[in-house]
Design a protein around this ligand. Structure first.
Ligand code: NAD
Ligand code: TYD
Length: 344
């Protein structure tokens, strides 16, 4: 089996490459990654040294690049994306280019080359927000609320169209919020962990009672391999961790694990269009493929905190001028307007 993994230097992609080389050591992997701010070849440094995979630096939305990279592969897994909601609010353009145009270009490359399997990595955010007590199923209508989730929904619909129109053997895996090692420090968990270590304020948007369904990145990797090997072409599969928690509770747990005080918490002005709650029904993939989340949240968060504690150099290498610029735009005014009144 020869596989093209796009976005293999990002958070989930790099965990997947590592996982796959362990689980399917005879498979050959080519990684195509533009190495944007969130892609880091260091995430795979040991495997690069051992020559365990081919690496191509390039843009999925460039047709010749995509065609060359996909030449001779049996399957494509598309992790490559602009992935951060807050950045999509500041500037939607790169989201449209990579997430929509990039997916279309990859789908065309797959079609032209007769690739036997295409797995599109998507998100629960395409469904929008859901009321307490309910869960997203694969037939919940798409109702994205951020430019990020709108771009992911558009990509999912392109996959559907290529299945229906061209008979492309593609499928979509929609994941809830992933956590674990190698996640870029702009996302909730790593941002809070790193700030807790450093005694910096922890910015919680709005009242912090928004609910996310946390899923360990290794559980995501197992699901990707399951749908790659045994999923039905043309289908959508939801995966979630069954760990629904308000953000404030996640942050409090992280504070306990780091040993930092709750007084670091700051309630800052909310994210515009902020989805209140996500919750996944993963019964379809459980019934069809036997997948279920295996990792315990407390243990997973503890290991994640320890990974960040043990890798301060990795964190430091991400704090470039570009990151400082983003941080300034996203947080400086918010933190000035912050309140440190803890909710009871
Ligand atoms: P990430 O931002 O950590 O990684 C994205 C990777 O894509 C980076 O390596 C980046 O360099 C690469 N990339 C970006 N634009 C590219 C382009 N034009 N061409 C080639 N490579 C490009 O993101 P992640 O958290 O690992 O997410 C991976 C996928 O999973 C995304 O499609 C995301 O929408 C989806 N997803 C993520 C989560 C989550 O909680 N992290 C949840 C559900 C779905
Ligand atoms: P995030 O990690 O950006 O993932 P997503 O928006 O894709 O769910 O955010 C997770 C939750 O944490 C989301 O409800 C927004 C919230 N959040 C904060 O309260 N403060 C922050 O600084 C960040 C980055 C996120």
């Amino acid at each position: 089996m020869k596989l093209l993994v796009t976005g293999g230097c990002g958070f989930i992609g790099s965990n997947f490459v590592r996982f796959l080389l362990r689980e399917r050591p005879r498979w050959r992997i080519r990684v195509l990654d533009l190495l944007t701010y969130s892609g880091n070849l260091e995430n795979l440094a040991d495997l690069v040294e051992q020559g365990r995979f081919d690496f191509v630096r390039g843009d999925i939305s460039n047709p010749p690049t995509a065609l060359t990279a996909a030449e001779g592969v049996d399957a494509i897994i598309n992790f490559a994306a602009e992935s951060h909601v807050d950045r999509s609010i500041l500037d939607a353009a790169p989201f449209i280019r990579t997430n929509i145009l990039g997916t279309q270009v990859l789908l065309d490359a797959a079609r032209e080359l007769g690739v036997r399997r295409f797995v599109q990595i998507s998100t629960d955010e395409v469904y929008g927000s859901i009321d307490p007590g309910e869960r997203f199923t694969e037939s919940t209508p798409l109702a994205p609320n951020s430019p990020y989730s709108a771009s992911k929904a558009a990509a999912d619909l392109l996959v559907r169209a290529y299945v229906r129109t061209h008979g492309l053997p593609a499928l979509v895996l929609r994941c809830s919020n992933a956590y674990g090692p190698y996640q870029f420090i702009e996302k909730l968990n790593p941002l809070m962990i790193v700030h807790a270590f450093e005694g910096k304020p922890l910015p919680i948007y709005g009242d912090g009672l928004q609910v996310r369904d946390w899923l360990h990145v290794e559980d995501v990797c197992v699901a990707v391999l399951d749908v790659l090997e045994r999923g039905r072409a043309g289908e959508v599969y939801n995966v979630g961790g069954g760990n629904e928690l308000p953000n404030l509770e996640v942050v409090r747990r992280l504070l306990r694990l780091t040993g930092a005080p709750e007084s670091l918490i700051r309630f800052v002005p909310d994210r515009p269009g902020h989805d209140r709650r996500y919750a996944m029904d993963h019964s379809k993939i459980t019934a069809e493929l036997g997948w279920r989340p295996e990792r315990d949240l407390h243990e997973g968060l503890r290991e994640t905190v320890e990974w960040y504690r043990e890798n301060p150099g990795w964190v430091e290498s991400l704090r470039t001028g570009r990151y400082a610029e983003y941080y300034e735009k996203q947080y400086t005014a918010r933190l000035t307007a912050a309140s440190d009144d803890l909710l009871e």
